[in-house]
Design a protein around this ligand. Structure first.
Ligand code: GDP
Ligand code: ZN
Length: 467
């Protein structure tokens, strides 16, 4: 791992063409010499200077804006120089090369992925959960996800985690003090209402877990599989569910043929929808790769929609596909085209007041819809989100990661163990204190108060370069 003391530089804006592109330089050491060499003049801190950017021979590379943020008031907490030029790949590469050249003597090197944000973390500009939220905000695939990421980025989630940690530490300090003065040990639990305090902490932790779980759904999205015979209306249903979002269609990176996953969103929850129509025997290598990917997606399915045509005698889901669908994944049987039925039958199938018909077997729920008229779609949407555990009436979610969720859960287990000790009596105060300490450790891992270099490496290497 290159040193965290090196000056670093990178293109901070996305690859490709854009109106503006930014080259960013960050260094723990004074940037004034580099600025002088690069621009032939000094810069006033935090002022926009409109300047020519020239190569070493004096030829014009671009004309743009230079900004200088002396430490510690910058994104990384170090001295930062930002050059905003025109957003073309050639221009920006030339600008970056010129920076590296001008800073070569000072050891200026290309930044690793996420290294700017890593420095922001190391310099206490943001904690680990906030740093992760930066990446999540960039990757957010729906408005709701972006809003939750922004809340986490500005520290709302971290503040809740820290507040819980503080309450745990406070309780533990009381216990430890009692342990140091054994004569006072009598009736500690009662005297300090330790049981009640702990119960309050556990309640708030459970609430935070629920919010983080909602955020995890927003972050990961739901994997939905559309299965059924040709012409039952899978594509029509997908478009109807997507509504205004139908235009957002992204192929999985790396496949050149056949988009296998369509991205839509329902109430701001991103859905990755896979149409099983493309699953067929083929000799075509490229198509085979696409199909293998499709099965990978299906293995991660949160819910399977088995679509049948209301006017046709019920045919079984293609046996081959059915046999390979992951066992235990919830299945919703969707009876489409109920607009072609008489009103009595249609009404019975469509359900009423947001309540789907109880399924005959516990395995599948049955919902009648019409992709054509939209009837029953609200029930289907609610069912889909409900199965996935989405609870829109709950408190605003935090775009937490699986890592955070697991740490919160483990902290909860520690507190549960502590509560069991407390239920015994004061003779196990030391065990009670130990569980509190371990719960605190778990929470500290979320914000990076206690975190290993390995973990930091894993987290920041998943960022893009320049962030
Ligand atoms: P897929 O092969 O399963 O994707 O089915 P399509 O979405 O391509 O639909 C097959 C045919 O059924 C098309 O002609 C659609 O217009 C029609 N269709 C789909 N949904 C409905 C519906 O709810 N009502 C009626 N009346 N026709 C539908
Ligand atoms: Zn289709």
């Amino acid at each position: 791992m290159p040193s965290d003391r090196d000056p670093i530089a990178a293109i901070a804006t996305a690859p490709g063409r854009g109106g503006i592109g930014v080259v960013r330089v960050s260094s723990p050491d004074d940037l004034a010499p580099l600025i002088q060499a690069l621009l032939g003049r000094a810069l006033t801190p935090r002022h926009a200077h409109y300047l020519p950017f020239r190569d070493a021979g004096g030829a014009l590379i671009d004309q743009g804006i230079a900004l200088y943020f002396p430490a510690p008031h910058s994104y990384t907490g170090e001295h930062v120089l930002e050059l905003q030029g025109h957003g073309g790949p050639v221009v920006l590469r030339s600008l970056l090369a010129r920076c590296l050249e001008a800073g070569a003597q000072a050891g200026l090197r290309l930044a690793e992925p996420g290294e700017f944000t890593r420095r922001a973390f190391l310099n206490d500009r943001l904690d680990l959960a906030q740093a992760e939220a930066v990446a999540d905000l960039i990757d957010a695939s729906s408005e709701a996800a972006a809003r939750s990421a922004a809340a986490s980025m500005t520290g709302a989630f971290s503040r809740e985690v820290n507040a819980l940690a503080d309450r745990i530490v406070h309780l533990r300090m009381l216990v430890e003090a009692t342990l140091d003065f054994p004569e006072e040990e009598i009736d500690f639990l009662e005297k300090y209402q330790a049981g009640e305090t702990l119960a309050g902490i556990r309640e708030d932790l459970a609430r935070l877990v629920a919010q983080a779980r909602q955020g995890a759904i927003l972050r990961e999205g739901l994997h939905v599989v559309l299965a059924g015979q040709p012409n039952v209306g899978k594509s029509s249903l997908l478009n109807a569910l997507a509504g205004f979002d139908a235009a957002i269609v992204t192929p999985i990176a790396g496949t050149t043929r056949d988009k296998v996953v369509q991205e839509i969103s329902i109430d701001g929850v991103p859905l990755h929808v896979i149409d099983t129509a493309g699953l067929r025997e083929t000799a075509d290598e490229v198509e085979r790769i696409g199909i293998a990917r499709t099965w990978e997606e299906i293995a991660r399915a949160d819910v399977i929609l088995h679509i049948v045509d209301a006017t046709r005698p019920e045919e079984e889901l293609d046996a081959g596909i059915a046999a390979r669908l992951p066992a235990g994944t919830p299945v919703v049987e969707v009876v489409n085209k109920i607009d072609l039925l008489g009103e009595g039958d249609a009404a019975a199938l469509a359900g009423s007041a947001g309540k789907a018909e109880e399924p005959a077997s516990a395995a599948a729920r049955r919902i009648g819809v019409s992709a054509l008229t939209g009837r029953g779609l609200d029930v289907l949407r609610a069912e889909l989100l409900g199965i996935a555990g989405w609870n829109p009436s709950g408190e605003s979610p935090y775009l937490a990661r699986e890592r955070h969720l697991q740490a919160l859960r483990r902290a909860g287990e520690r507190l549960e163990a502590a509560a069991e000790h407390a239920a015994l009596d004061d003779r196990v105060l030391d065990l009670f204190a130990e569980e509190l300490r371990l719960a605190h450790l778990e929470l500290g891992g979320i914000t990076g108060e206690f975190s290993s270099d390995d973990l930091l490496g894993v987290i920041f290497s998943r960022f893009c370069i320049g962030k």
